[in-house]
Design a protein around this ligand. Sequence first.
Ligand code: F6R
Length: 632
Amino acid sequence: MCGIVGYVGNKSVTPLLIEGLKRLEYRGYDSAGIAVVNDHGMRVSRSVGRVSVLESNVMPTDGGNGVEPFDGCLGIAHTRWATHGEPSEANAHPHTCQTRCGNTVAVVHNGIIENYATLRQYLTKKGYHFTSETDTEVLAVLIAELYEGDLESAVQTALREVRGAYAIAVVCNREPHTLVCARKGSPLLIGLADKSYVVASDASAIIEHTTQAITLDDYQVAKLCAGMEDKTTADGGPWSVDFKTTTIDNLPVTHEVRELEIGLEQIELGDYPHYMLKEIMEQPESIRNCLRGRIDQRENRVVLGGLGEVSRQLVHAKRFILTGQGTAYHAGLIGEYLIQDLAKTPAHSEYASEFRYRNPLIEENTAIIAISQSGETADTLAALHEAKDRGALALGVVNTAGSTISRETDAGVYLHVGPEIGVASTKAFVGQVVVLTLMTLYLGRRKFLSQEALQSHLAQLERLPQHIATVLEQSDHIRGCVERWVDRDNWLFLGRGYNYPVALEGALKLKEISYIHAEGMPAAEMKHGPIALIDDGMPVVFIATQGSQYDKVMSNIEEVKARGGTIIAVATQGDREIHRYADSVFEVPDVPEALQPLVTVIPLQLVAYHAAVLRGLDVDKPRNLAKSVTVE
Ligand code: F6R
């Protein structure tokens, strides 16, 4: 999704902003732009396509055909993922507008201004002309219209008129040392660096400068100033930095500085060709981190500090609703199976986007579990609000510390798998399922689960990093197999029980990065229609591990085989039978059924990765996709 970077301080801003935008590239975007302010005015540049195009416009290396590099110590920049209006230079941010006294205001914005049409009509009547189709330009014009020499005040007044979601950063050439930013419903952080402030919608654009940051809350505005205390001193003279936070109604707010919990090495590629591969291959380590401190073997118990305060409410919960979108929804589906099976408590999972709009029934003692890697997904957040308003206990299973969902839940458990940069979610999915398993065991033990059953599951979970490492060793084998069918445009993924959500996840991974059409479904469902699709050589991926439904899955395999389909099977190590039917077999260690998704999904992640690479696609920047979907 869109990304914001802003800087005010004592360094040359243009390279800093370009570097910040590059750190945000993984989020997905289609155009980019920058505004730099100095004592002589403001310069703005916008371009369609990659940040490198913008970079060559504002930091020309070849003499720039007479174009001077942008120079200044204050600026804002943006990567745009089109919502209102096509990807074009005119629609790219920053959007600018002249104030009545001839100054220029520039705005970058993430989110959606819902009442933009009404505001646009009002401003058109006042004589303003619009040059883009965006909602953001309306905000820029409104701030310019209200500007009377105090940027902070103009922003506050404008935001009181706005409905919708926003994270914004605003500059004005009349105030060349001031950056104003604000948020409602879309994340925004302020990094407190040495003699400077870095504003960004994502911590990855900040941590190069500082790990100290403030997370703005909804309806908060921050005014950040930096500059030479005494203009008469030479370069390097005393530099003052200052900031204050208020609400949009100009009430003072006390801000809390926190330590960002990510390291630079976690967001750098290292020796890997793609973030997706890095994150797949590092899963033994990230899952070890996710499990760390959460299994007390001596006492045979699960330790989840984040649930301590609500443990009684959890035990009394009569129903669990698990919600999320995409991959997080698939994790929720596994959570539903786990909670019903091991904690013997009714549970159901639902797409957050559907839950939110269907007047959901929330009975007494219901708990909602919002699952989200980013913690910022708009649909998931809205579902959480809906359930909270109706009295549900709100729990979060979130990766990003300090994110909106994590702050708006009553309690929760972080994944601790490290930042996920690859657009296709991999380690976060496994982390989500691990956390849901731990939560189920935590709950189950307080209800019906025996000491022995708990002990056996915990022992298996402890071995999980090693199990995953064993599966990862087959990466080359998987690549070799995928190579044989990568030209096929339609694939099916089939599984039963705990492995049905894994089939959905395998299909989603394949389609989102390789653009191969893939469908996942319960294996038995195939006979009810989709079997008509099977023709000579169509790849059908079965999750056919040992367990209660093994024989049934084998029958489904025979049905596909009889119709000429190609069988790719994820099977339990040592299963000789499966080799008689399958064209390719990817082996996983023998683990109890309830834990199988944690290993069966790994080969499917690799299938998707290798298919995309073999098709020559940009794995980390799949078309049309955004890492964090902050609009509904
Ligand atoms: C797929 C994928 C998406 C996300 C979904 C929810 O690989 O990444 O389907 O899972 O957009 O995102 P989060 O988990 O950030 O709420």
